[in-house]
Design a protein around this ligand. Structure first.
Ligand SMILES: [Zn+2]
Length: 73
């Protein structure tokens, strides 16, 4: 069993996202991506969190640089 840390970046103002789990992509290689995506929610006051995909793989979700959000505000 290998544990690779996956990091997914979401946009600075996103509160919900759909990400692709690379581990599941490997498992789903013959089926396409349909089974490897998962949706999550990251509130604006959080800049990162760790989620589990549907199969339980750990995926770290990070918000794109906070500086971008500030300059855009
Ligand atoms: Zn997965």
């Amino acid at each position: 069993m290998t544990l690779r840390e996956q990091v997914v970046l979401i946009s600075a103002r996103a509160t919900s996202f759909t990400a692709v789990c690379v581990e599941c992509c490997d498992l789903d290689a013959t089926e396409g991506y349909a089974g490897s995506t998962f949706a999550g929610r990251l509130d604006l006051d959080l800049d990162h969190a760790t989620f589990l995909c549907r199969r339980g793989h750990s995926v770290r979700v990070e918000r794109a640089a906070a500086a971008i959000a500030e300059s855009a505000a």
